[in-house]
Ligand binder design. Structure first.
Ligand SMILES: Cc1cc2nc3c(=O)[nH]c(=O)nc-3n(C[C@H](O)[C@H](O)[C@H](O)COP(=O)(O)O)c2cc1C
Length: 306
């Protein structure tokens, strides 16, 4: 039973307790935050990207603070599928929230291997298919070419009965085309955005601030780009649930995403600065809906007036 029944949110086959999720790579595997965040109020925890084999990630430095944001090039460091099943799944099983596993791969087979293996595991509620990481070689191949994107989703759809959500990149020429391809291929929901490609330089040493040279820009600096992307994806794929991500640090920020078409949002970089935000958002949203006489959150989704 949701702690706030009014905020229950449908995301494909899943009913989330609230529309406020924790973004991949910024919330560990969920259990790390359990002492400070009431996970029953978090609609879902999205795990760090998971690959078939363990990955060490990129060399350091991998993080650089920027005005109103940060650059990161972690490079998808993770424990790999088998260790995830052995060590992480038992922890996830006890969490009072839904768990979406963020999946990454170098090939269609990699993605399919993870989805098939985890489809049998009850503690996993769905998949966020990461086709949009800018910090690894070929990380955005499936998010840049609509044919590749559709082919990947078509291959994954039969591997699972759980939620299949595609996480899209802002680093593309025609976002609407990619969004439509993901849905045509079988994605039941879309989440966006992943980070924007950025760069910072130490002028004294003439070296890049990040060993990978470029990194992914996130935080409030990217929010207007993210709001624009969600708006375009919502127009391109009417009826498909959309999860907005990018620079949310207050209820007001989240509301912008709902108005342009999101049914839920994820909080990312702000978890480092203000981990209490995910505790506050549901109560603040509930009060705001009552004050605006709006009833259900769904009345807000896509209410943009032009
Ligand atoms: C340090 C860091 C690590 C991240 N790791 C991942 C990841 O493993 N997989 C993924 O899909 N997105 C990853 N992201 C991207 C976030 O999930 C999110 O899409 C992006 O940061 C924009 O949201 P924000 O501005 O609220 O952070 C990462 C972001 C940061 C800051």
């Amino acid at each position: 039973m949701s702690p706030m029944p009014n905020l229950a949110t449908q995301l494909g086959p899943l009913t989330l307790s609230t529309p406020f999720l924790a973004a991949s790579g910024t919330f560990g595997y969920g259990s790390e935050y359990a002492p400070i965040v009431d996970l029953s109020k978090v609609g879902a925890v999205v795990t760090k990207s998971l690959s078939v084999k363990p990955r060490e990630g990129n060399p350091t430095p991998r993080i650089w603070e920027t005005p109103a944001g940060m650059l990161n090039a972690i490079g998808l460091e993770n424990c790999g599928l088998q260790s995830f099943i052995d060590h992480r799944v038992p922890e996830l099983a006890g969490l009072p929230t839904k768990v979406l596993v963020n999946v990454v791969g170098d090939s269609v087979d990699d993605y399919a291997t993870i989805c098939s293996a985890l489809d049998k595991i009850d503690a996993v509620d769905g998949f966020e298919i990461n086709i949009s990481c800018p910090n690894v070689k070929h990380g955005t191949r499936f998010a840049s070419d609509p044919k590749d994107c559709e082919r990947l989703m078509k291959a994954l759809a039969p591997t699972t009965k759980k939620l299949l959500m595609a996480k899209l990149s802002p680093n593309v020429t025609d976002l609407a085309e990619i969004a439509r391809a993901a849905v045509e291929g079988g994605a039941q929901a879309l989440s966006l955005i992943n980070t924007l490609i950025g760069m910072a330089v130490d002028v004294k040493t003439r070296r890049p601030r990040i060993a990978n040279v470029t990194g992914g820009l996130s935080g409030p600096a990217v929010r207007p780009v993210a709001v624009r992307c969600v708006w375009q994806a919502a127009k391109a794929c009417p009826g498909t649930p959309i999860v907005g991500i990018g620079g949310i640090r207050s209820l007001g920020d989240a509301l912008e995403f709902f108005v342009v078409g999101a049914c839920a949002v994820q909080v990312g970089t702000t978890n480092y600065l203000d981990p209490d935000l995910l505790n506050r958002l549901p109560g603040e949203f509930d009060a705001w809906l009552a004050q605006e006489n709006l009833g259900a959150p769904s009345h807000l989704t896509g209410s943009l007036k032009l």
